[in-house]
Write a protein that binds this ligand. Structure first.
Ligand SMILES: [Zn+2]
Ligand SMILES: [Zn+2]
Length: 358
């Protein structure tokens, strides 16, 4: 349900609940926090390293650099186009599916659409949907605390990829268990994805995009496999990670200046509309994940709207301009083009009073 008060619009947790968490966090875990901070100062990490992930992701990234240089870009234009188009399916699976539908329930989807989005998600080669959603819900609820899986206070590298290189902070596990995930298990589509995760991911994430070009228009197998399994996969991984790293560090905060997530147009362009992160953390229940429908190549919004018109998506939730205006004036950094610094003082006072009265 969309929150009624601006107090609740800040993530899934009410401000009072968030304060309570911080209080509880600092009391009960004082010992661990002190230990973690000391260790952090010395080693910049607190957990055991996951060597399998480190070796796999490092190798893939080195291969990506080699492939980007060696790839015959001008002679393989159709292959580039294929990967570009296929990436959109992946983007819909992550953005419109895992993120906006299953994680935040910003709209409801009928079975055929849920199946389509699950299949699109499988093309990303990410973790099972259930874990993706749980990690993201924890991220929203405990943003930038140790309970946040990719706590951006631990630096760009950690929030981008480093968090996958090491075991989770105990707080992430502890708080993760408290997240209500019952709605996910109720969905047969999620259960199906969990059960057939490996064959689905291998088939749709790696085999299908690699075999279509050679079989359909006679593309050579070598570059088809490299561009799909290395190029597209690593590229999409990094775009997704940028939302956790860059969009928590660089950009404007038109809606809530007190949180780290930022509105970052470049990230939005690359991630099909997921980079308006200050807005998204302020109004996580908005299906657009942005104030404006089409800004920053927000094709996931266009896709959801299209599905709405076809009757596959319904109950699309969106923040009203009045609520946005109140939130901007109350807590934004003044960078909002319409209601930022240029709002006349008299009007601003009036809105402040109205917001306080709520
Ligand atoms: Zn975030
Ligand atoms: Zn989110």
């Amino acid at each position: 349900m969309p929150p009624n008060s601006t107090d609740e619009s800040n993530g899934n947790l009410k401000v009072s609940e968030r304060k309570e968490y911080h209080r509880e966090y600092s009391k009960k875990d004082a010992e661990w926090v002190n230990y973690a901070k000391k260790w952090d100062e010395i080693k910049h990490f607190v957990s055991q390293l996951k060597w399998f992930n480190i070796i796999l992701l490092t190798t893939l990234h080195l291969a990506f650099v080699w492939a980007a240089i060696a790839f015959p870009w001008l002679q393989r234009k159709r292959l580039v186009l294929w990967n570009f188009v296929f990436s959109h399916l992946t983007g819909f699976g992550i953005g419109a599916g895992a993120h906006r539908l299953w994680c935040h329930r910003t709209y409801k989807a009928k079975l055929p659409l849920r199946v389509f989005l699950m299949l699109c998600y499988a093309t990303a080669g990410h973790n099972p949907l259930f874990y993706w959603v749980r990690d993201h819900r924890v991220h929203h609820k405990f943003t930038d605390t140790d309970a946040d899986p990719h706590n951006s206070k631990r630096g760009f590298f950690f929030s981008h990829v480093g968090w996958l290189f090491m075991k989770k902070h105990p707080d992430v596990k502890r708080k993760g268990k408290e997240i209500d995930m019952s709605d996910l298990w109720e969905d047969p589509v999620i259960r199906f994805h969990q059960k057939y995760f490996i064959p689905l991911t291998l088939t749709l994430g790696f085999i299908l995009p690699a075999i279509v070009p050679p079989l359909v228009w006679g593309q050579d197998w070598f570059w088809s496999i490299i561009s799909s399994a290395v190029g597209r996969y690593v590229f999409v991984l990094n775009i997704t990670w940028l939302v956790n790293s860059a969009a928590h560090m660089w950009g404007t905060k038109p809606f809530d200046n007190s949180i780290s997530p930022t509105d970052n147009k470049t990230v939005s362009m690359l991630s099909f509309g997921e980079g308006w992160h200050n807005y998204h953390h302020t109004f996580p229940w908005d299906y657009k994940a942005a104030e404006l429908k089409y800004a920053g190549y927000n094709v996931s919004s266009v896709f959801i709207e299209f599905c709405g018109k076809m009757g596959w998506a319904y109950d699309l939730k969106s923040a009203s301009p009045e609520l946005i205006k109140k939130v901007v004036v109350k807590g934004g950094d003044g960078s909002h083009l319409v209601w930022g610094e240029e709002v006349p003082e008299s009007e601003e006072d009036e809105i402040r009073k109205a917001t306080k009265q709520q």
